[in-house]
Design a protein around this ligand. Structure first.
Ligand code: GLU
Length: 272
């Protein structure tokens, strides 16, 4: 009798565990669009220190182009512009935040590149920036070539980091994880220049008149919304991409660009 009870108990536990494992697997494989709709919000990875795309303003509010875009997407996908949770990402962890499933999508000044496309998927481009160089006002650096032998500050994981190494092989690189740290290092004189997208540089210049942006644009940086690859993200990707198409066609994107004053240099830039 005792043995029978024990055997029955073991069977009972086994089926419970099987059921639980099934549930967990089902959750992991569940269609992302359905998951987002069921939870009633989209989780979006954004930057907190790249004005005017994603930044904390003086009232401690998260603001910017990518934030407004995220809300517009939530409005069209979930039906409410507040049905969104923003999570901070950096240039070096944003791809992992997608592949690990921490966020549903990333809208964080992220350039669409073939190398990144091997790991994640992208929407159509929603903005075109260009890599530029920022220096102190009195700097002797006037163009890209003047960087030879100098020290340039970059943000790790950005396209700017890779591009500048290729364009000026003998430049010394000083890398930081965040834009806040990178700009602070430039202000403290730890490097001769800083390179990133013109959009982000204009954000820094709006706060500090002691620096200038050089005329040259080194690359063309089309920004895309990043998604995790996979069959269970397909309908989510299509829905977001369709929403983005509407946002572009009905003038919403233009309005966001004007609001953040980035429409005047949103032109395809000549590559180097
Ligand atoms: N757009 C570039 C990139 O995706 C530079 C800006 C950034 O670090 O996000 O890498």
């Amino acid at each position: 009798m005792k043995i029978l009870r024990k055997t029955l108990f073991i069977f009972f536990c086994f089926f419970i565990m099987l059921g639980l494992a099934g549930c967990i697997k089902k959750k992991a494989n569940q269609d992302l669009l359905k998951t987002a709709q069921e939870r009633g919000k989209i989780i979006i990875g954004v930057k907190y220190d790249t004005k005017p795309f994603g930044f904390i303003d003086k009232d401690q509010q998260l603001k910017g182009y990518d934030i407004d875009l995220g809300r517009e997407i939530a409005k069209r996908v979930i039906g409410d512009e507040n049905a969104v949770e923003f999570q901070q990402v950096t240039s070096s962890n944003r791809i992992f935040s997608l592949t690990s499933g921490t966020v549903d999508l990333v809208a964080a000044t992220m350039t669409i590149t073939p190398k990144r496309q091997r790991i994640i998927d992208f929407s159509r481009p929603y903005y075109i920036a260009g890599q530029a160089i920022m220096v102190p006002k009195n700097s002797s650096i006037k163009k890209l070539k003047d960087l030879s032998g100098k020290c340039i500050i970059v943000v790790l994981g950005s396209t700017s980091e890779i591009n500048i190494k290729q364009l000026v092989p003998d430049v010394k690189i000083l890398g930081f994880r965040t834009y806040t740290d990178a700009f602070f290092a430039l202000k403290s004189g730890r490097g001769d220049a800083l390179t990133t997208d013109d959009t982000i540089i204009y954000g820094f210049l709006s706060e500090d008149p002691n620096f200038i942006i050089l005329k040259e644009r080194l690359t063309r940086e089309p920004y895309g919304i990043g998604f995790k690859k996979g069959v269970n993200t397909q309908s989510f990707q299509e829905t977001v991409d369709f929403a983005l198409e509407q946002i572009m066609q009905d003038g919403t994107l233009k309005r966001i660009q004007r609001k953040w004053m980035v429409d005047f240099f949103n032109q395809p830039k000549k590559s180097h």
